[in-house]
Design a protein around this ligand. Structure first.
Ligand code: FE2
Ligand code: FE2
Length: 310
């Protein structure tokens, strides 16, 4: 029996116990910081959190060092040919929004800057991770990139300084869902069925099934991959921006970007009738109906330009 099968069984046994007796069983963890108890439950269901590929991890580590130089980054990425090829593909995709053609990896590193390279590497890493999910892959992938694009566009509109951080947080906001699809596929499929057939709320269905939700899993992955605490917070709280602790604005940006993708029907959750202008985070960010319209249009165009190119 595969470990994940055991893990899913463990999830079920919690559900079938005699009523909630611990915070994680009652779902209270959704309103607290990921605690040791939730970390233990996540480990029980998922096993080891997904690891970042070796070379990508090294590149990310070097990029966080002030003394890093482009040559070194170029040489590191070249050691992983699959990663190098994917980075180039992403750099040239209209999905990513590069304004010029990037011929070589060296060009990508030279011209795009280290912040953009971080975003490119993570897009490449996530793409290969999503490729393992199977059926839901395309929808989840489009949703992730759509959300990254929307978050970056919002950041530009409201003059939020860290645009690449907004892109990264948007791109990765549902990475916990991917980890759950990989490690607890049966349970996740049942949750999906409940969402489609019975109108269940995805987040709440996860909470009652597992005792935690994909946002907390994503936050744990971001911490493991040594992302900034702001990105970690934004991922862990993207469904509850009011609970963000270290990055309130970034969390609202990701929440707003997520809602925009739901409205545009980008991904598995579709809410074409959503009254987007009245979404709390969108109001809190001060996005006027005109600017909102521009963002929706820009995201739609970017997605239509090339949804499968990377
Ligand atoms: Fe989510
Ligand atoms: Fe999402």
């Amino acid at each position: 029996m595969k470990p994940e099968t055991n893990a899913v069984a463990a999830g079920r046994s919690v559900e079938k116990s005699n009523g909630p007796s611990t915070p994680e069983q009652s779902g209270e963890l959704s309103s607290a910081n990921p605690s040791d108890a939730s970390a233990a439950r996540i480990a029980e269901v998922i096993g080891d959190l997904p690891a970042m590929p070796h070379i990508a991890a090294q590149v990310m580590e070097r990029l966080s060092d002030d003394d890093v130089n482009p040559k070194e980054i170029n040489e590191l990425i070249t050691r992983d040919q699959a990663l190098a090829a994917r980075v180039l593909k992403v750099a040239n995709s209209p999905f990513y929004g590069a304004s010029r053609s990037i011929a070589t990896l060296k060009d990508a590193v030279m011209f795009m800057g280290f912040d953009s390279i971080r975003a490119l590497i993570m897009t490449a890493v996530l793409k290969s991770m999503y490729a393992k999910v199977g059926l839901a892959e395309k929808l989840l992938w489009e949703h992730s990139v759509g959300c990254g694009l929307a978050a970056r566009k919002i950041a530009t509109e409201i003059r939020y300084r860290l645009k690449d951080e907004a892109y990264l947080a948007g791109l990765m906001h549902d990475v916990g869902k991917t980890a759950l699809f990989l490690h607890a596929p049966d349970a996740m499929r049942e949750i999906m069925e409940g969402v489609y057939n019975d109108g269940l709320d995805f987040f709440e269905a996860e909470q009652s099934r597992f005792g935690f939700n994909h946002a907390l899993v994503g936050g744990a992955i971001a911490a493991n991959w040594r992302f900034t605490s702001g990105i970690e917070d934004a991922i862990a709280r993207h469904h509850q921006p009011e609970l963000a602790s270290s990055a309130v604005e970034l969390t609202q940006i990701v929440n707003a970007a997520n809602s925009i993708c739901h409205k545009l029907e980008v991904g598995p959750i579709r809410k074409p009738d959503l009254d987007i202008a009245n979404v709390k985070s969108i109001k809190a960010l001060g996005l006027s109906p005109e600017r909102l319209e521009q963002i929706l249009l820009a995201v739609k165009e970017a997605l239509q330009a090339d949804s499968a190119g990377i």
